[in-house]
Design a protein. Structure first.
Length: 155
């Protein structure tokens, strides 16, 4: 081996190598901070765009159904499923109104607006039930799902 490879580094060489390592660490930290900030701004714009689109659709009476209300309807006396139950947005609310029918097991999936409103669950031979659905924070989260199981009382 040549003798100059075993020669100790000078103070200036050690300082410049140490500064180089510090600059690399600092640059990596800045790059990570920039990426996190960029992602946060992107998510904020995406959320605000969804909220503005939802609000504009409501103002223009073109509400987009993004909220799923799922559940099951049973007989209050026998606890047996009630088939073909009608689930509707309450007509006393703001339009548009959405509708769904339960299947033969009484299970339903109503796609409706995310804002707080009422739905009516009705079947022939049973008392109609009115239920509050939706979330107050619909402008921030204009889509989602909630479960509501109910029992109808025979007339």
């Amino acid at each position: 081996m040549p003798p100059h490879e075993f020669r100790p580094a000078t103070f200036d060489q050690e300082e410049s190598a140490d500064l180089r390592r510090q600059y690399v660490r600092h640059a990596l930290r800045l790059a990570i901070a920039f990426a996190v900030l960029f992602a946060a701004v992107y998510l904020a714009f995406r959320w605000s765009g969804a909220a503005v689109r939802f609000g504009a659709s409501r103002v223009g009476d073109r509400g987009v159904a993004t909220w799923h209300v799922i559940g099951a309807v049973r007989n209050a006396a026998t606890h047996q499923p009630i088939p073909w139950v009608s689930i509707d947005d309450d007509p006393s609310g703001r339009p548009p109104f959405f509708h769904a029918d339960a299947d033969h097991w009484g299970e339903f999936d109503l796609v409706t607006l995310a804002e707080p409103h009422r739905i009516r669950i009705s079947a022939t031979g049973y008392r109609t039930v009115t239920v509050n659905v939706g979330r107050v924070w619909f402008l921030w989260l204009p889509s989602g799902k909630e479960r509501y199981d109910t029992e109808l009382v025979p007339e």
